[in-house]
Design a protein around this ligand. Structure first.
Ligand code: NAP
Length: 284
């Protein structure tokens, strides 16, 4: 059996093309294009690059972007005031606060200040609660990007054993919830997990969300497993030893070009949903 590459670059472009088409139709009928506001606090070069990529992608699909850059001395109160203003602006459909914020900022308070209807990055506590309850909301972008890849390639997690390695609030934990919603039997692993190789070896679906280069070894992988690698580490490698593991898999995401490109497309997609006044449709 030849392993199938889950082409995130291709799917991401397909999503962006359909968003661009919809925006053309919207604007042709006299409506304003959707608008995404991005907030960057401080001077972290990697964060600035991520924000610029998001702004560029907005323009590429015909969305309006408002780029807000705040000094690294910004207080939590000042940041909350900026978010309040965007929440109140009827022309802003989505708000993205780039992570990480400088240490003096209460980042959770800032995320949670974002109006649920504008939380197109899926970062608020309320969004996570709704996702966990199976109630419509906006979903965290990278996990939802992985779900869309599974759907595109006709992979149904129902009844499958999924192992998610990493439990961060933006990635591993919501991915475990989404797979549960899709009726997989999920094990969520983290740094205190014992016998990780044995647990991964039972998985029909493995999600790498650790942030450590090639941490999940090829010889842990069960033949025929689906490999989703959200990790992105220096040297263009993910969290799964994909260079060897892909041959054992049924489907795998490459790094780069797998999960990574999906994140921005999902952000744009959810901004479009917000402009159309609805949440992300149910998974099933
Ligand atoms: P994070 O916040 O640092 O979380 C890492 C998780 O891995 C934690 O839950 C941690 O467990 C777990 N972990 C660490 N060492 C482990 C070990 N030895 N065994 C098992 N689990 C272990 O990272 P993150 O923000 O989720 O990001 C993870 C990776 O995804 C990074 O490479 C990042 O660049 C990438 N990422 C990509 C995108 C994208 O757009 N494609 C978006 C977000 C993140 P504890 O909870 O016990 O500490």
């Amino acid at each position: 059996m030849t392993a199938i590459l889950l082409d995130g670059k291709k799917l991401s472009q397909k999503i962006k093309d359909s968003i661009a088409e919809e925006i053309k139709t919207l604007t042709a009928s006299g409506k304003k294009p959707p608008k995404l506001a991005t907030i960057l606090v401080g001077n972290d070069p990697a964060s600035a690059t991520y924000v610029n990529m998001k702004v560029k992608s907005c323009h590429a699909v015909g969305m309006i972007s408002e780029k807000i850059e705040l000094p690294d001395t910004t207080t939590t109160q000042e940041l909350l005031a900026v978010i309040d203003k965007l929440n109140a602006d009827p022309d802003t459909h989505g708000i993205l606060l780039q992570h990480p914020s400088p240490p003096q900022i209460d980042e959770r308070a800032a995320f949670d200040r974002i109006d649920l209807k504008k939380d197109v990055d899926g970062v608020t506590t309320l969004s996570f609660g709704k996702l966990s309850m199976g109630v419509e909301t906006y979903l965290p972008c990278t996990p939802y990007g992985m779900v869309l890849l599974l759907k595109e390639y006709g992979i149904d997690p129902a009844g499958k054993r999924a192992v998610v390695v990493g439990r961060s609030p933006i990635l591993g934990k919501p991915m475990a919830m989404l797979l549960t919603e899709m009726n997989a039997t999920v094990t969520l692993c983290h740094s205190k997990t014992k016998n990780l190789p044995e647990i991964v070896a039972q998985a029909d679906i493995v999600v790498g969300a650790v942030g450590k280069p090639e941490f999940i070894k090829a010889d842990w992988i069960k033949p025929g497993a689906v490999l989703l690698d959200a990790g992105y580490n220096p040297g263009n490698v993910g969290d799964i030893e994909i260079s060897k593991a892909w041959e054992k898999s049924s489907h795998y995401t490459p790094v780069p070009g797998g999960v990574g490109p999906m994140t921005i497309s999902v952000l744009l997609l959810q901004t479009l949903y917000s402009a159309k006044d609805h949440f992300t449709p149910p998974l099933k």
